[in-house]
Design a protein around this ligand. Structure first.
Ligand code: GLC
Ligand code: CA
Length: 566
């Protein structure tokens, strides 16, 4: 395995376990399926894999409701399968990150089952947030907190005979995801043990779910300014971003640092400014955190430039690398977002998606050229779109069900990958098998790995090519960053990466509507066709980057020093 601090410039591939590959033919992705696709990930060139939760879970929230943090859900396989995955991934130089959920457990976790056996207010309930309700008989919730998935964040506890007790427990997400009380020593121990358990099995890092959560303000005050329960809200919330959470991370950092090589954290902290995010990345806390600013940004050059500048400035203050994310399992897939506005259940047109795919690839070329770590969500490399028109009966996201369909939920980005051009579920299941747990659109035949791998101009081939170039380029991995101020106008995002002893790389992302000025450099790679400009002497391409395209150029020593032509 190569060098330390790999996480400063890695490409990390997120596996949503139910959706990546199915090994046993039940139509649900699993560890044996993922093991069988490790060569695919090696060929894609990723440095690490992050698995969304694979622990035992009733799957009320796609595994983010964990009933046992130190085992594997039988749906995904066994502990032995996890160990095989880790070993086989390492053999291919791929690191492994698992997803720990410390804000809440499943309602089937042993701590909660024990609480349910005990009267409210008794010690077993102190591992959770169990409060007397308001009103004469406690019939009203203890405060005005709302669930991020819709409805109120409290559920009244019933006694053994099913009678209301006037006591309530807190769940910022689904009813089946009770928030744990981080002031309780058992909780601290449960997660210390969990980190060690997985670190001892050789995993390289942990993603921390809802990392701005965990600690609640003493006294459970009402939410004051705005009671929008969204994860991302500029108003302070008594249940998010509390000072005490940093003590937890300082403690966790010591555990990670006690391993050789040190293990790494990535925080899923939804915070509305890069400065707030950077506080989680101080030297004695977490190594990295997701930067979600591009995840929610439109296809707009000026916005991208502002985000890149602000993110890198904030992270530099604490010496952390910046991370870049344009897709994950919680948001609409990029081709759907970038193609134009899609309202609720309205299905995108073919033209809309074609444009969205082109832009999504250009976005990947852009984030792969920025300094720091880039995340790719499984299927992003294929250009899969959000599946809007799933049968409601198939939907599993509690956000859909708790809002009675007002929020379409996140199932549409979790539809299983198409591996083969034909056959039952497009080769998602190794041996044909049952229908996939979410039905794939018939058009995904053309987006399948089998079809795209054989086509040098496909999205998949172009993503592979970009990652390969990045891996071989010290300028792209470790080089300094500077905006190309001359090119940065009219929706163009252009920057240079330079390192001693190598030609500078210039990345030009055209998010505008007119072709870019001609660039005097050697074309390294591009997300689409790049015009040949005026130079026909074969030495340089004088590339003109069309709208919705990103191109990488290698600048000769003379060009790097002087300027491009315009
Ligand atoms: C995070 C996860 C999301 C999950 C939520 C509750 O935001 O990414 O999928 O629903 O936490 O655990
Ligand atoms: Ca399976």
């Amino acid at each position: 395995m190569t060098t330390h601090e790999w996480w400063r410039h890695a490409v990390v591939y997120q596996i949503y376990p139910k959706s990546f590959a199915d090994g046993n033919g039940d139509g649900i992705g699993d560890l044996p399926g993922a093991i069988s696709r490790l060569d695919y990930l090696r060929d894609l060139g990723v440095d690490a894999v992050w698995f969304s939760p694979i622990f035992p879970s009733p799957q009320c929230d796609g595994g983010y409701d964990v009933s046992d943090y130190r085992d594997i859900d039988p749906v995904f396989g066994s502990l032995a399968d996890a160990e095989t995955f880790i070993r086989e991934a390492h053999a291919r130089d791929i690191r492994v990150i698992l997803d720990v959920v410390p804000n809440h457990t499943s309602s089937k976790h042993r701590f909660f089952l024990e609480a349910l056996q005990s009267p409210p207010g008794s010690p077993a309930w102190q591992r959770y947030h169990c409060l007397r309700g308001k009103g004469d008989n406690g019939e009203l919730p203890p405060n005005n907190w709302l669930s991020i998935f819709g409805g109120i964040a409290w559920t009244e506890i019933l006694d053994a005979s099913g009678t209301k007790t006037g006591w309530w427990y807190l769940h910022l997400f689904d009813t089946h995801q009770p928030d744990v009380n981080w002031n309780h020593p058992d909780i601290e121990r449960e997660f210390d043990d969990t980190l060690r358990f997985w670190f001892d099995r050789g995993i390289d890092g942990i993603r921390i779910d809802v990392a701005q959560g965990m600690i609640k303000e003493a006294g459970y005050p009402d939410v004051r300014d705005s009671n929008d329960p969204a994860l991302l809200d500029p108003h302070a919330k008594p249940y998010f971003d509390q000072p005490g959470v940093h003590d937890v991370y300082r403690r966790w950092r010591k555990i990670a640092d006690s391993y050789d090589p040190p293990r790494v954290f990535v925080a899923e902290a939804w915070l509305d400014t890069p400065e707030k995010r950077a506080r989680y990345l101080r030297a004695d806390e977490l190594h990295t955190g997701f930067n979600f600013d591009l995840l929610t940004a439109e296809w707009n050059g000026e916005k991208w430039r502002n985000i890149v500048t602000a993110s890198m400035a904030a992270d530099a203050l604490v010496g952390a690398p910046t991370t870049w994310v344009t897709e994950n399992h919680d948001v609409r897939r990029a081709p759907t977002r970038y193609g134009g506005r899609v309202v609720h259940r309205q299905v995108a047109t073919a033209e809309h998606l074609a444009l969205g795919r082109v832009r999504s690839l250009a976005a990947m070329y852009t984030i792969l050229a920025l300094p720091g770590t880039t995340y790719l969500f499984n299927g992003q490399e294929l250009g899969l779109e959000e599946v809007i028109d799933l049968d409601d009966a198939q939907r599993q996201d509690p956000h859909f069900w708790r809002t009675k369909g007002e929020h379409l939920g996140r199932d549409g980005c979790r539809v299983p990958l198409p591996w083969r051009r034909a056959g039952a579920n497009f080769g998602f299941s190794a041996q044909g098998g049952s229908p996939a747990w979410l039905t794939q659109p018939s058009t995904w035949s053309g987006l399948s790995v089998e079809v795209q791998a054989g086509d040098a101009a496909s999205l998949l081939s172009r993503v592979r090519a970009a990652i390969a170039i990045r891996r071989g380029s010290q300028a792209l991995l470790r080089g300094s960053f500077a905006w190309d101020e001359t090119l940065c106008r009219d929706g163009i995002v252009a920057f240079r990466r330079s390192v001693a002893g190598e030609p500078t790389v210039l990345c030009v992302a055209n998010m505008g509507t007119a072709p870019s000025p001609s660039v005097n450099g050697e074309l390294l790679a591009a997300s689409g066709e790049v015009g040949d400009g005026s130079a026909h002497d074969g030495s340089a391409h004088n590339g003109i980057v069309p709208p919705d395209t990103t191109a990488w150029f290698r600048l000769g020593p003379d060009v790097a020093a002087s300027e491009h032509h315009s």
